[in-house]
Unconditional design. Structure first.
Length: 246
């Protein structure tokens, strides 16, 4: 029995599944990764354009970068990998999808038990009153203002230099310590704390499966490594014969 069949059996028998996704799954939709050879950060300095210090010092320049990112993301849609995870969620009663991506493609595909630990680029938050809401307008002014109080809006994402939301992290750790199988998909495993999520799950007894184009610093901790595109591998794993939990 090959690794693909073994992983399919693991998923089929598991009552609780946790998934972590990174930029790789979105790259298959046409969104450049941050750290690949064509990554966004090779053309833009993240410390200058995606940090809280940069936003407070020059919000118009940071917003220019995020306007560009929003327009880029608006031209693509979810792929077969995203859809396979939606199907897996439908079949499993205990399922949690944690994503590092801010593009919103998982929710667009239909994922519901979703934790966006780095935020969502389609949401904005007022730095004055804290109001947050979805904003899909691609023609926002250079410095968008809050419709409630007139304060400056910011992308509702986690900038470099900011901490992750504690409540969301607690939800992540609850899923990580209760799952039987964890899938780690399309992430470079270079950004903490998400890079160590797999070790939390493994210590709690979960089987780990990595799906990626190439090995990562955490590949040696995995029980199974499936190298290839998530859009090719996930549909084969989430087959119609996987049981639906009642």
């Amino acid at each position: 029995m090959g690794d693909m069949e073994k992983v399919r059996d693991l998923i089929e028998e598991a009552d609780a599944v946790c998934v972590l996704t990174g930029a790789g799954i979105s790259a298959e939709s046409g969104i450049p990764t941050f750290r690949g050879k064509d990554g966004l950060w090779r053309k833009k300095d993240p410390t200058r354009l995606a940090s809280i210090d940069a936003f407070m010092a020059n919000p118009e320049e940071v917003w220019e970068f995020y306007h560009w990112r929003r327009r880029l993301i608006s031209k693509v849609t979810y792929n077969r990998g995203h859809s396979a995870l939606v199907e897996l969620e439908r079949k499993k009663q205990d399922f949690t999808l944690i994503t590092q991506n801010v593009d919103g493609l998982h929710s667009e595909a239909g994922s519901r038990n979703l934790i966006e630990i780095h935020g969502n680029i389609w949401w904005v938050r007022c730095i004055e009153c804290g109001e947050r809401y979805e904003e899909r307008d691609l023609e926002l002014p250079p410095l968008p203002r809050c419709g409630h109080c007139g304060g400056l809006l910011r992308p509702d994402v986690v900038f470099f230099g900011e901490s992750l939301n504690r409540e969301l992290l607690d939800r992540c750790y609850q899923a990580l310590t209760s799952c039987e199988v964890m899938l780690v998909i399309g992430t470079s495993s270079n950004v903490q704390p998400a890079a160590s999520f797999s070790l939390v799950a493994k210590e709690a007894g979960a089987s780990l499966v990595e799906i990626n184009l190439e090995p990562t610093p955490y590949s040696r901790y995995m029980d199974y490594n499936l190298f290839g595109k998530a859009g090719d591998i996930l549909p084969m794993l989430v087959a119609e014969n996987i049981k639906e939990d009642n």
